[in-house]
Design a protein around this ligand. Sequence first.
Ligand SMILES: *[C@@H]1O[C@H](CO)[C@@H](O)[C@H](O)[C@H]1NC(C)=O
Ligand SMILES: *[C@@H]1O[C@H](CO)[C@@H](O)[C@H](O)[C@H]1NC(C)=O
Ligand SMILES: *[C@@H]1O[C@H](CO)[C@@H](O)[C@H](O)[C@H]1NC(C)=O
Ligand SMILES: *[C@@H]1O[C@H](CO)[C@@H](O)[C@H](O)[C@H]1NC(C)=O
Ligand SMILES: *[C@@H]1O[C@H](CO)[C@@H](O)[C@H](O)[C@H]1NC(C)=O
Ligand SMILES: *[C@@H]1O[C@H](CO)[C@@H](O)[C@H](O)[C@H]1NC(C)=O
Length: 442
Amino acid sequence: MTANYEIKDQKMLVTKVRTVFNFLNHSMSMQYLIDPRIQSLIPIALYSILILGAARLVLDSLKINQSYVLRLYGMPHGGRSRLPVVVLPEDRIEDDCNVFEGNWVWDNVSYPLYEEENCPYLVKQTTCHKNGRPDSFYKNWRWQPNGCNLPRFKALKLLHMLRDKRMMFIGDSLQRGQFESMICLIQSVIPEGKKSLQRVPPMKIFKIEEFNASIEYYWAPFIVESISDHATHHTVHKRMVRLDSINNHGKHWKGVDILVFESYVWWMHKPLINATYGSPHHVKEYNVTTAYKLALETWANWLESNIKPLTQKVFFMSMSPTHLWSWEWKPGSNENCFNESYPIQGPYWGTGSNLEIMKIIHDGLQVLKIDVTLLNITQLSEYRKDAHTSVYGERKGKLLTKEQRANPKDFADCIHWCLPGVPDAWNEILYAYLLKGYQNFS
Ligand SMILES: *[C@@H]1O[C@H](CO)[C@@H](O)[C@H](O)[C@H]1NC(C)=O
Ligand SMILES: *[C@@H]1O[C@H](CO)[C@@H](O)[C@H](O)[C@H]1NC(C)=O
Ligand SMILES: *[C@@H]1O[C@H](CO)[C@@H](O)[C@H](O)[C@H]1NC(C)=O
Ligand SMILES: *[C@@H]1O[C@H](CO)[C@@H](O)[C@H](O)[C@H]1NC(C)=O
Ligand SMILES: *[C@@H]1O[C@H](CO)[C@@H](O)[C@H](O)[C@H]1NC(C)=O
Ligand SMILES: *[C@@H]1O[C@H](CO)[C@@H](O)[C@H](O)[C@H]1NC(C)=O
């Protein structure tokens, strides 16, 4: 990828940086040009401020047909009957099947798995349709692995697996998208009044009363501690990461049954990052790859001293790709993900998904003494240039104005995803892995 990147016309790159990000200060653009080895994800600046700030809880107003729900819940014991989870043969992905290799197939019969307007927990940032996105094809693609089928997502089956358990998504706003997707995937089978979403910054907690279960989200954009850990007051412009500190976060993760980690875009803002390691007062600029590696080590140490492998399960999401430069999939063009309506027909890998970081993740997980399941969703998401929020999302907690929408070059968000959409596929895969491991941890 590095080589691929270097053959890019430097002049075009300069123009691109100046026009698309002309609101950013010059020195930052220059820094990006000086060290192009790391693809800068500068526009995150546009969205980072609103990451949790804009998240508002919408009151649950969903009306569900009561008898349908009662039937699903297997009354009369209010869902408390402890039915074992039945894992059918078609629920199991075979060990030798790489579910991350495959393609997106058109399926407007079974997809989307939920409708945007039926999920009251979505924040405005992801409700593309409601925000005015004219096309809706992006909702109708199903991820089809080459070697096997993913099990059909069954909300109730997942709830039975989550009984008396906590599942927590930890990371940045992309991870929040996955958390919201998961809630939307399951919430319709839970009756009114038996589910709730609470905000306990830096967390969000979705409780499913009858199952004594919760699905939670924890804001930690670098996983380790940083000055960006406040749930609402943070900006990617000012980053200072404490590479060897994690316990202030970790104490909230202890005992959680299923942990799903993710951290990437916040690192990639610039090729260098201010950080401390050792002395908390000695701030130094680190090469991002070096810093990422150190942070991952700190995380690994935390896992090794805090996770009980028999009762807890840990997942790590690989990086969520961005589609900032249309020339990468449409040579000669000079746009971004705006107005893209179809997935890329492979093979494709954008420069936004840094392979050095990928290798660090690979090597880091390899030496871990705890089993961490890597959900390598980067490639499958790379194809989905059509699925970002583009100009149908928010900026600083507000929907884009008409004028901003008319200027997608400056305002399209090609980092976050519409819901329903790509994060649902990530969760279908997570679901498949939970089913697969179900016997081993209950
Ligand atoms: C589903 O897609 C097919 C093929 O594109 C199309 O003919 C059909 O009208 C679509 N159905 C719905 C309900 O949108
Ligand atoms: C609810 O789940 C927690 C674990 O998340 C467990 O400690 C507790 O005993 C459960 N409560 C009941 C009533 O089963
Ligand atoms: C690190 O912090 C110093 C002092 O605040 C600042 O001048 C420098 O630009 C920062 N470096 C990076 C890579 O952000
Ligand atoms: C950062 O570290 C990586 C991996 O060690 C290396 O390839 C790269 O050249 C370094 N970048 C800088 C600016 O030192
Ligand atoms: C979006 O793309 C279509 C063709 O795919 C084109 O006709 C239309 O003008 C484009 N819209 C904008 C606003 O660029
Ligand atoms: C994830 O998948 C990509 C290709 O799909 C591969 O290049 C990469 O090495 C994988 N990452 C890890 C950590 O295994």
